[in-house]
Design a protein around this ligand. Structure first.
Ligand SMILES: C[S@@+](CC[C@H](N)C(=O)[O-])C[C@H]1O[C@@H](n2cnc3c(N)ncnc32)[C@H](O)[C@@H]1O
Length: 303
């Protein structure tokens, strides 16, 4: 029998409460994604779609495109379908094991990973599959949080445990390295403003009600704890959108000259927070400034 991970618990709560999940950066990220999708895109995949917010927004903005949200969590997919029905969205949702995915997402013009890569134990496998499934010239839109060098390690550890993160990349270099190793070349990196999640009145009322229901106090407290952690983390990270495609490295200069960090390959390496914990603060700080400078100077290869 499969043992439930903290990721399973986290997403079960999201599904049970039919929560709206948003990518790193929220609305600003959504706008950046919509602006970067080519107008002629016919097939768009939202990978790790959760309850489908990105899929529905993209389907509304690109009515001519087939928009497919994919997630491994069955309860989440049910909620995504239900909300799409209520909103009359044309987005379709598919629950699938990773091995079945290539058939569903092959020949995609755009694949969006709206913060989902961090939940994969083996990001290299994910990006390799993306590289295989994008049609020639297709784009990957990959959303991440990139942390400041001074983020307290204890906060990141708490985040890893509370949300069940699989991969904790150590900065932009680390993320770009895994893309490259999978045969993708990053052509554009966009840093968005820090994202402070607004706690809605509805969410507060929901927690309050839950707190009053017998046996629900624990769940209400877990939700409140998650919210407090997200607020603390918001001061130490920026949301980033990376746009990549298969084939030739069009912006090879800035990218290949950087010092490469070790890319996690084996599952045991990826599940640990090795890069963050193994590095001294000085090295981490230096790499942060180098990465920030590179991010700002990278020219977009895509119009
Ligand atoms: C943080 S959520 C993504 C948020 C979402 N993009 C949004 O904007 O609402 C990460 C999602 O990735 C999914 N996921 C994790 N591992 C997966 C896998 N191996 N295959 C498919 N989905 C996966 C999780 O179930 C979860 O719904």
């Amino acid at each position: 029998m499969k043992t439930l991970s903290s990721q399973d618990y986290y997403f079960s709560i999201v599904a049970a409460l039919k929560q709206k999940n948003v990518p790193p950066g929220g609305e600003a990220m959504m706008e950046a994604i919509l602006a970067a999708i080519p107008s002629g895109a016919r097939k768009i995949v939202d990978f790790g779609c959760n309850t489908g917010w990105i899929s529905r927004r993209v389907a509304r903005a690109f009515p001519q495109a087939e928009v497919i949200g994919v997630d491994e969590n069955p309860a989440i997919i049910e909620v995504a379908r239900e909300v799409a029905r209520l909103e009359d969205s044309t987005a379709v949702f598919s629950r699938t094991e990773t091995v079945a995915l290539p058939d569903i997402i092959s020949e995609a013009d755009v694949i969006i990973c709206g913060g989902s890569a961090a939940f994969f134990d083996r990001p290299l496998d994910l990006y390799r599959m993306v590289a295989r499934c994008l049609r020639s010239g297709g784009l990957l839109m990959d959303c991440h949080y990139v942390y400041d060098a001074d983020v307290p390690p204890s906060l990141r550890q708490e985040e890893k445990e509370m949300f069940g993160l699989g991969w904790m990349p150590d900065g932009l270099n680390d993320i770009v390295s895994v893309h490259e190793d999978a045969g993708l070349s990053v052509g554009k990196i966009k840093r968005l403003p820090r994202f402070h999640f607004e706690d809605s009145a509805a969410a507060r009322v929901a927690r309050h009600i839950l707190h009053m229901v017998p046996k629900m106090q624990e769940l209400a407290e877990a939700m409140a704890k998650r919210r407090r952690l997200i607020s603390k983390l918001a001061h130490h990270r920026y949301p980033y959108l990376l746009i990549a495609r298969t084939g030739e490295q069009t912006v090879a200069e800035g990218v290949t000259q950087r010092e490469r960090t070790e890319v996690p390959m084996a599952s045991d390496a990826i599940t640990s927070n090795r890069h963050v914990s193994a590095r001294g603060p000085t090295v981490a700080r230096r790499s942060f400034w180098r990465e920030a400078a590179r991010a700002v100077s990278l020219q977009s290869a895509y119009p």
